[in-house]
Design a protein around this ligand. Sequence first.
Ligand code: BDR
Ligand code: CA
Length: 312
Amino acid sequence: AQPVVLDVDTGVDDALALMFAVRHPGLDVRGISCVAGNADVDQVVANTLAVLDALDAPEIPVARGAEQPLLETARDARHVHGADGLGDQGLPASSRATFGGGALEMMRMAVLDSPEPVTLVPLAPMTNVALLLRAYPEVKQNIAGIVAMGGAVTGGNATASAEFNVWHDPEAAAIVLGAGLPVTMYGLDVFSQVVVEQATYEVLRDDPDPAVALAGRLLAHSHGVIRSDPAVGHGGLIGDAGAVCAVARPELLTTHRWPVHVALAPGLTRGQTVVDRRYVLGEDSVHGVDSLGHLVDVALDVDAEGTRDLFL
Ligand code: BDR
Ligand code: CA
């Protein structure tokens, strides 16, 4: 199975991503690091453990990571994800223990102890991943690549220009994109396309498997609060789970290798991922203007039905 380390801010759609990753036989979840994002980091840890309980998941190291972005204070998204950050499902508190040494130590061990190179999957602000790559650059030798939910080619959700995960910690995203590792950007453009329609999630809600029933309830919550691309019809977005689907089946994505620059200046564009679509692979400059940014495999399209079917 393909080794992965997930970095989450659970989060309704992070929960769906955890479910998919744990239950997919082709993926080996070696660790889960938690970071402030949709909710504060302690709530994110509690939510992550509660989801693993609902899944009846085997022991997987879960670690508490950064409680705030590199430069700014945390700004949660409870208006989207509910007061508890998990759609207020009233899940029982877990008695699972967290990894004692914190997120960076856990991630370092999970990567370096893996017999096969690991894919890092940040589904949240990239604070933990940036700190890991700076604190322990030796991990890069056993990282196959990074598949990140973050950014957007065509417009934001946290602001008009910035997607939430990059907006929450733009410096961290800039560090991750600039780390010299292969990065796939699963941005809002594809994130907003994969929906489970109402008739389907209603069936899931009645499933005898508590994890499947929870997925149905989370999709119903998602349907109410997260806007899908109007072109794809209505339903509950699987959100972050789509990025994990793309780790399992990369051919579901259509990507372009383009330079991506994270706008860091204060103001309306802070946290925007500026994607240079003029770039042609193998040419040094475009129209005589050197491109800013690092080359990233930017997802521009997704097989939405194939991804939904894989998720289901
Ligand atoms: C991202 O922000 C969070 O609210 C979601 O979990 C997802 O990771 C979308 O912008
Ligand atoms: Ca998330």
